[in-house]
Design a protein around this ligand. Structure first.
Ligand SMILES: [Zn+2]
Length: 234
């Protein structure tokens, strides 16, 4: 009786080993395509950091209505986040998702993106000027490898806002300077211009601008993939 049990156990053990070998060899056949799938995925998944400007006691600009820039940037950024989450091949990260204060001294915003090893960094702002008639959309960048991103984003956002195209400008702003990946800071429009601000505060306007930012990111992704690399400065 005991001998039989031993035999059966041995037999089952042999079957187990054989099936393990088999699945290994069939795995080997598929191995190549498997690794390729994985490689492709890591190559095409774009990590995007969206940075809603200001927050907490850092209120940003005060709009013509008396409302602050920090609420505009958060509301628009959340719309961008929502849209990006629906995109295949894009992972989205936010520097803040509520009215938290982020100190400039900590350099948290660029550090957060660098630590994540993000591929793109986009900071969202509303502009301010003493003359309430001033209007327009502009995008800032600092490093040469951010030029294309700034250009593509500016083109899309200007079309969505319908404001004057103030172009892209190189500016020494820490969020675009300390970031190790292509980075752009969008000044969507002037909150100090009453007419523009009232548009900018609407859900409709923000949805339009949010999808234009997403379109810009997608266009940038495609063109940088064609060029073969998402350049990094360091
Ligand atoms: Zn700002």
């Amino acid at each position: 009786m005991k001998k039989n049990v031993l035999k059966i156990t041995l037999f089952l053990f042999l079957i187990l080993i054989m099936s393990a070998c088999n699945s290994n060899s069939s795995d080997n056949n598929n191995n190549e395509s498997h690794t390729n799938d994985k490689d492709n995925k890591s190559e095409t998944t774009l990590k995007v950091v969206i940075d809603p400007g200001h927050g907490g006691k850092d209120k940003g600009a005060t709009g013509a209505s008396g409302k602050y820039e920090k609420s505009f940037t958060l509301s628009l950024s959340k719309k961008v986040e929502k849209l990006l989450k629906q995109e295949f091949g894009i992972e989205v990260f936010m520097t803040r998702t509520d009215d938290s204060f982020i100190s400039q001294e900590s350099r948290y915003r660029p550090k957060y993106a660098n630590k994540l090893n993000a591929d793109l960094f986009i900071s969202i702002h509303g502009n301010t000027f003493s003359n309430p008639d001033v209007s327009g959309t502009e995008t800032f960048y600092y490093h040469k490898n951010s030029h294309l991103l700034a250009e593509v984003i500016q083109n899309h956002v200007v079309e969505a806002t319908g404001f004057r195209d103030r172009g892209i400008k190189k500016k020494d702003l820490f969020v675009v300077k300390d970031t190790e990946m292509p980075a752009a800071l969008i000044e969507v429009g002037y909150l100090t211009n009453a007419q523009d601000e009232s548009k900018m505060r609407t859900d409709d306007f923000q949805s339009r601008v949010a999808s234009s930012i997403v379109e810009g990111i997608k266009e940038y992704k495609e063109s940088s993939e064609k060029q073969g690399v998402l350049e990094r400065i360091f």
